[in-house]
Design a protein around this ligand. Sequence first.
Ligand code: NDP
Ligand SMILES: O=C(O)/C=C\C(=O)CC(=O)O
Length: 354
Amino acid sequence: MTTPSFIYTSAPQRVVFGAGSLQHLAREIDALGARRALVLSTPEQRPQAERVADMLGAHAAGVFDRAVMHVPIETAREAREVAARLGADCAVAIGGGSTTGLGKAIALDSGLPILAIPTTYAGSEMTPIYGITEAGMKKTGKDFRVLPRTVIYDPELSLGLPVGMSVTSGINAIAHAAEGLYAVDSNPIMDLMAQEGIAALGRALPAIRATPKDPAARSDALYGAWLCGTVLGNVGMALHHKLCHTLGGSFNLPHAETHTIVLPHALAYNAGAAPEAMAKIAKALGGSGGAAQAVYDLARDNGAPVALRDIGMKEADLDLACEHALKNQYPNPRPLERAAIRALLQNAWEGVRP
Ligand SMILES: NC(=O)C1=CN([C@@H]2O[C@H](COP(=O)(O)OP(=O)(O)OC[C@H]3O[C@@H](n4cnc5c(N)ncnc54)[C@H](OP(=O)(O)O)[C@@H]3O)[C@@H](O)[C@H]2O)C=CC1
Ligand SMILES: O=C(O)/C=C\C(=O)CC(=O)O
């Protein structure tokens, strides 16, 4: 096989990985040249945020604990005001994609450097993509000001992530890598990361389900999330991400669960048009069958939802979801075909194995 032509851009970002690596927080804040960090979290994860603030001592400007999913503009404005009032010169986001997203909204406006400490596998910490919701509409964009400058991956912090959330969040990460493998702007480095990321999560999720506090499995999962998030940050996504964005944004479905349910069907849709990518996904998951089936089985066998009807989607809304998905053209291995996409949504709603 000859190496194809490609463009690879490496982002200026520092990753500190390993059990117990939170202990390096003060060193990492110092390395950013920052003196006063505003710590961000959801209300429920405030105790974790307070622990972080305690570790920073005089270098903590305060805790803002109002992160919620999809970053409402009102919350972003409030957080920006608090950061300015407290004289913060960096933000530390501890939590999942919702908290990282809030940090990004602050950085977009102020240029404040973000240090992210992810506790789910969503992967936002590795991307320059931001999302902000205003008047019920989520807008996403790309700006390198929002890319966290430092990421501390400490698997000990994810030991308490509930098993159900761990499985769906892990498959959310796999979705980034899977679509990366057939991206129009893919490159060999991202291909390697994608395959390794899928394999790590494919091993880790059943192990976490068996033993939720297994440190090796938690470490494997976070390693996979890092790799898959990097792929999301570097190459363009396709039909699967577009469908999930539509379903999450317009029908208020939960993010990770939606990814988990839709991915097997999006892969089945693209299977004939991207056979090499499918073979890599299936191989990374250790299966001898197809990629779509391997992802579906990973979800089902580990207790994740497999039907949109089970997470609040109404059958009557499938036509509208299909219209949204077809609104703008975007690169996808197989052309966007109305009847086939409508059938994909029906299958995902019913939860049939592709
Ligand atoms: N811009 C980008 O590149 C990306 C953005 N995203 C965005 O991120 C959001 C989804 O991120 P995701 O991580 O799935 O969702 P959340 O950040 O909302 O977290 C999901 C769940 O995990 C729980 N949780 C997180 N950390 C812990 C922990 N340490 N212990 C126990 N529970 C925990 C949260 O609980 P609690 O609410 O109690 O804190 C929450 O219920 C979406 O808005 C999505 O659009 C996702 C991927 C990439
Ligand atoms: O919607 C955003 O905040 C930006 C990207 C994603 O959520 C990626 C994804 O669908 O996982």
